[in-house]
Ligand binder design. Structure first.
Ligand code: FAD
Length: 329
């Protein structure tokens, strides 16, 4: 039976959680059919990472390791995955809907002439073995269930933090195969020589399981410290509405929403954010939403699991204090 291929993205020698989430979902999908689940890891010095997909449901791990793979290249990565896919004929190729996944998946789909379904939030297997993929559309206003016309080798990207990874199992004698294909023969048109981080160690919004965001209700950039203190107490990432970003209080990399980042944390705390439809487009799939706003009619309350009607300048420091107390126990 054709396997499912899961591309497990790594950056700086660490696997992204979404790869393990994709593996968990692939295991759930294939349980009745017992398809093989094959993980692919690509990079420089990444052999040590092979055990992690194995502990999270992969029955086989393919590793493409070469110093030239230190930086992501859509050309080389898609060449490697194309060769793997042609050899193994997977029924589906799954990867995270991350910046890398969103860049890589279309190139791979074009090379394999496969269907591509991006940013999925639910997956099911249809009776004919093809995938039924649910993806938000129109900024999250509706969810469409999409089925590829050609069910062979469908490529899907999955939204981070939506699916659950399996509980890690003890490492077994899993088959780890080193890929020598393509890497040497590929001469890319462009090569990344170095990368610079702009966020200075800041938690990545799209990966975070807790996000505290601030909006225009903060009234000035200096008050973002309130948000940062609550985020630090919770171990959360900091986000912002477009109004806060447009005002220059935070860089665009903080923006959540239609023209910012799409996030799916377990907990999203919106402070002084009205909840405009364009903001909701980026955060409505958060599992639990807490809104702090002094206007009881703010649209964010329609979406929120818990709402606090009050002045954020009073509520946020109290919350921070309570979280700190709970943590110190
Ligand atoms: C094409 C397009 C794309 C867009 N993309 C995005 C996007 O990606 N992300 C995004 O966020 N927006 C986006 N927007 C903008 C969006 O429409 C809103 O203008 C924006 O989200 C408003 O930001 P806000 O909620 O911080 O500000 P406001 O709408 O001004 O809301 C501020 C809120 O703070 C509350 N408040 C004020 N003082 C306090 C206080 N002391 N305590 C508690 N609450 C208080 C107010 O009651 C109010 O609800 C986009 C718009 C367009 C047209």
């Amino acid at each position: 039976m054709n396997p499912i291929l899961v591309f497990c993205e790594q950056r700086d020698g660490r696997l992204k959680k979404v790869g393990l989430e994709a593996l968990g979902e692939a295991c759930r999908l294939t349980k009745p059919l017992e398809r093989e689940i094959i993980a692919v890891v690509i990079g420089s010095s990444v052999s040590a990472l092979a055990q992690e997909p194995a502990r999270h449901g992969a029955s086989r791990v393919l590793v493409a390791e070469d110093p030239t793979l230190a930086y992501y290249s859509s050309e080389i990565y898609s060449t490697i995955l194309t060769e793997v896919a042609i050899r193994l004929q997977p029924v589906a190729i799954v990867m995270g809907a991350t910046a890398m996944g969103k860049d890589l998946a279309p190139k791979l789909a074009a090379r394999l002439t496969s269907a591509l379904i991006q940013d999925c939030v639910a997956l099911e297997m249809d009776t004919d073995g093809s995938l039924l993929a649910t993806r938000p559309m129109y900024g999250g206003k509706l969810h469409a269930v999409v089925k590829a016309k050609n069910p062979l080798m469908q490529i899907v990207t999955v939204r981070p933090n939506v699916f659950s990874p399996l509980e890690p199992q003890p490492a077994s004698d899993i088959l780890v195969e080193r890929l020598t294909i393509a890497v040497n023969g590929t001469r890319p048109i462009a090569r990344v020589r170095e990368t610079h981080k702009t966020a200075g160690g800041r938690k990545e919004l799209t990966e975070a399981s807790i996000i505290v965001s601030g909006g225009r209700g903060l009234k000035g950039p200096e008050h973002f410290t309130l948000i940062e203190e609550l985020a630090a107490a919770l171990g959360a990432a900091v986000g912002a509405s477009r109004a806060a970003v447009d005002a220059g209080w935070k860089p665009h990399s903080y923006q959540v929403g239609l023209t910012g980042k799409t996030v799916s944390p377990q907990l999203y705390i919106a402070c002084g954010i009205s909840g405009a439809i364009q903001h909701q487009a980026g955060m409505s799939s958060a599992r639990t939403i807490v809104a702090i706003n002094n206007n009881p009619n703010a649209p964010i309350f329609k979406l929120a699991s818990y709402g606090i009607i009050g002045d954020l300048f009073e509520v946020v420091p109290l919350l921070t204090e309570e979280v700190k107390k709970l943590k110190t126990g």
